[in-house]
Each structure stands twice: as C-alpha cells, then as structure tokens.
Write a protein that binds this ligand. Structure first.
Ligand code: HEM
Length: 441
C-alpha cells in the first residue's frame, strides 16, 4: 500500500479511543472517590479530557475511513496527498495543544469544545483542507453520486459552519443576550453532532453497500429521503433540545419528529439490508456484519429513551441528570462507535483475513461490549432517576446525602464501564495490529 496517511488517521483514532475511555474510567472513579487525582486532574478537567478525546475518536475514525475508501477501495486519485498529510499533522499538533490547554486550566471554551477557543482556528483549517481534497477529488472523477458521497460532502461543509457557529458566543452581540446566547449554543452543538452523524451514517451505508456488493442501498429513494431528513435534522433538530429557550411548541414537535424518524429510517435500512443478505455475503464479512447488527439494536434502545424523554413533561424531570448522559453515551457508543468498528473491521479484513481464533475473540468481545453497555446505560438511568427524585421530591435530604445514597449505583457504573472498556480494548487490539502490520507491506 503506497499511501499510509489514511491508516495513520485510523491508528490515531484507535489510540484516541483507548486514551479517551481511560479518562472516562478515571472520571467515574472520581464519582466514587472525589479526592482521587484531585490535585493533578480534578473532575472538571477529567470530564473534558474524556469527552474531547472520545469525540476525536469518532472524527478521526470517520475521516480516516473516508480517505481509505476513496483511495484504497474506490481507487480514486486523491487531489493532493500533501493536503491529507497536512490535515493529519494539523490535527495531531492541535490535539497536543488541546491537552495542554486542559492541563493548564485554559478552558474558556464550552461543552464538547471546552479548550481555549483559539485552537478552533487550526481545527477549521484542517476541515477546510479535507473539504478541498474531497470535492476536488470527487467532482472530477465521480458522476452520479450515491448517497454516502453526498453525506460525506455535506458533513464536511456543515462541520465548518457549525464549528464557527459554536463560537459565536465570543461576540458580545450574542454573549450579552442570554436567550440569543443559549439558543445559538444549543443549536450549534446539535448541528455539530448532526454533521459528524452525516459522516458516520454515510459510512454505515457505504459498508452495507460493499458487503452486499451492490450499490442499490446507496441509490434508492429511501436512502435519499434519509439524507434529506438528516440534513433537516442537522439544521433544525436542535429545536427539541432547547426546552429552556422560549420557542413555539410546533417548531419543537416538528424537530422532534424529524430526529426520531431519522433513526427509524436508519434502523429500517440496516434491518432491510440484513434480510436481503445471502449467507455467503454475511460470511464474507462476518465481523462488520455483526457490528452493524449491534448498531441496529442500539438504535432501537436509544430510540425508546429519546422518545420518552423528549416528551416535555418527562424532559422537565430528566434535564440536567445522568439520563441525558445516558442519551449522549448511549448514542455515541451504541450507534457511532459500533458503526466505526464495523468500518475498521471491514478495512482490516481487506488487508488480510482475520484468523478463526481472532474472529471468535472479537465476536465474544462484542457480546461482552453489548452486555456491558446495557448495564452501564442502565446504571446511568438509575442515577438520573434518583437525582431527579431528589431534585423534585426529596428536598429534606442534603445534596451530599443524595450523593452518598448513589454510591452503589456509581460503583455499578464504574464496574460496567471497566468491562465495557476491556471489551473495546479486546476489539481494538487485533485491528490495531493489522493496521500497524500494513506498514510493512
Ligand atoms: C467510546 C466510548 C465512549 C464515548 C464515545 C463516550 C462519550 C461521552 C460523552 C459524549 C459524554 C458527555 C455526556 C454529556 O455531556 O451529556 C461522556 C461523559 C462521561 N463519560 Fe463517556 N464515553 C465513552 C466511554 C466511557 C467509559 C468507558 C466511561 C467509564 C466509566 C465513561 C465515563 C464518563 C463520565 C464519568 C462522563 C461524565 C458524566 C458527567 O458529566 O457527570 N465514558 N462520555
């Protein structure tokens, strides 16, 4: 293989995943032992270390997969290898900058982008290079794009727009007006997630098409309906998150309907694809296939939770509790991470087939992953319900008593987080080995 940069993106993504889940475990330990590592990395720093690193896993793995598919599977001639290398280099250097910014407490940013805002400039520049490379490559060489090419292109463009939007609070015009500030902040984060979902969901359709050996899934009416729905969700889906911002109720209901329908369609597409696969097609990519089945299961579970807590009367009680964290982790792990693992397994198995032992090992690890995630997710729901009960019905109990009563729930969260992490390490290591070995070829 001549160009290794796409593989380097994927290796860095896996390293980010392993580092990110370690930060997650340390943060979970801080729930149990509040003084643990307090002097070095207190919880308010550990959390952004964790969240930014796992988001980096999603972004780098999606980006590396797209570069790999274009150059190694579709055999397109990339507009510029130099731009791809520069893109990786910029992200690596910025990553170091982000860690330093967190470590030294330069955390003026917000939410998932808590680092010092100046670092967004190189990130934006990296996306710009990706965008130039993507469109220059695709517009020249590919006509009649299947849906996943549209999704990737859209994800890249909107990622830039929403990264900028997520920093509008830097302008006094927004910052000094609380409703404007809140609205723009929630909107931009919803769209930011929508942009990476475009990349990741596009990858799921691409992998399904390649396993089936038929592009029909990426060209049908349903696929394009899904794309336009995703685009609408990316632009307007935020409205059902902003319960505290005064908006007309119908806007919220439409936004809510759109985002639920998006999941239902993706879930249906995966289910329909599974029903139409022959035994040989399943056996040709057994691991990627199983991970996409897991995605389908987690879409279903997350849909139930999202349907429930999007009902305003229920949202009133769940907002600001661990139920919201269950939603964010349930989706980024259950849906995004399983799709990205499917992509990595598809890529790794093209390099050389997994041995039977490796295959069994990964299948068992996936089972452990699903069971652990289910219990991990349930622990978060219990913690959220208990806190909500305290907030609205337990005013005679102090906050610290409520926290003490959650000890065993936090213990369960930590233990299942540990088994979840172990299962992800076991899935990642054989893939990492193949990616590293591909450098020798
Ligand atoms: C692929 C793996 C993972 C992903 C993608 C992920 C993603 C996330 C995201 C997006 C949040 C922010 C939640 C929010 O703001 O609502 C979060 C928070 C958190 N995660 Fe994870 N996570 C992963 C694995 C883990 C693991 C294995 C643990 C270990 C127990 C963990 C522990 C935590 C903790 C303690 C928080 C902070 C919750 C709070 O604010 O109180 N995560 N994670």
């Amino acid at each position: 293989m001549k160009n290794k940069t796409a593989i380097l993106f994927l290796i860095t993504a896996l390293l980010a995943l392993l580092t990110g889940v370690t930060f997650g475990l340390l943060a979970a330990l801080q729930y149990l032992i509040p003084d643990f590592l307090k002097g070095l990395i207190p919880f308010h720093k550990m959390r952004p270390f964790h969240v930014t690193t796992v988001i980096t896993w999603v972004i780098l793995c999606a980006t590396g997969s797209i570069y790999f598919y274009l150059t190694q599977v579709e055999k397109l001639k990339l507009f510029s290898n130099k731009l791809m290398k520069t893109h990786l280099l910029i992200f690596l250097i910025t990553g170091v900058g982000i860690y330093l910014s967190y470590f030294f407490g330069k955390m003026e940013g917000r939410e998932y982008l808590a680092f010092t805002p100046i670092l967004t400039i190189p990130i934006l520049f990296g996306w710009l290079l990706f965008g130039i490379n993507y469109f220059k490559t695709m517009l020249k060489q590919v006509k009649n794009w299947p849906v996943y090419y549209w999704m990737w292109g859209t994800g890249i463009v909107f990622m830039m727009i929403h990264l900028i939007e997520a920093h509008l609070w830097l302008l006094p015009y927004f910052r000094e007006h609380i409703i404007k500030d809140l609205t723009v902040q929630w909107k931009s984060y919803g769209s930011f997630v929508g942009s990476w979902n475009m990349l990741v969901y596009g990858i799921s359709i691409y992998v399904m098409a390649k396993i089936k050996g038929d592009d029909a899934i990426g060209r049908g009416k349903l696929a394009f309906f899904f794309y336009f729905l995703g685009l609408t969700n990316l632009m307007f889906g935020w409205a059902h998150h902003t319960y505290i911002v005064p908006t007309l109720p119908w806007i919220r209901y439409v936004a809510y309907g759109v985002s639920m329908t998006e999941w239902i369609i993706l879930g249906y597409m995966i289910y329909d694809w599974k029903c139409n696969l022959t035994k040989n097609e399943k056996n040709a990519s057994p691991l990627a296939y199983r991970f996409l089945m897991a995605t389908d299961f987690w879409i279903f579970i997350n849909l139930i939770l999202a349907l429930l807590f999007s009902i305003p009367a229920i949202n009133f009680f769940t907002h600001g509790t661990h139920i919201t964290v269950a939603h964010s982790m349930g989706t980024t792990i259950g849906i995004n991470t399983t799709i990205l693992f499917a992509s990595l397994l598809f890529i790794a198995s093209r390099m050389s087939a997994f041995t039977k032992t490796q295959e069994t090992f990964i299948k068992r690890s996936l089972l452990a992953f699903n069971i652990s995630l289910f219990l991990f997710f349930s622990a978060l729901l219990v913690a959220g319900a208990k806190r909500s009960n305290w907030m609205y019905a337990g005013n005679d109990t102090s906050f610290s008593n409520m926290q003490d009563s959650l000890f065993w729930v936090y213990m369960a969260f930590f233990v299942f987080g540990l088994t979840l992490t172990t299962s992800m390490v076991f899935i990642s290591l054989p893939i990492l080995k193949k990616l590293i070995n591909s450098f020798r070829v």
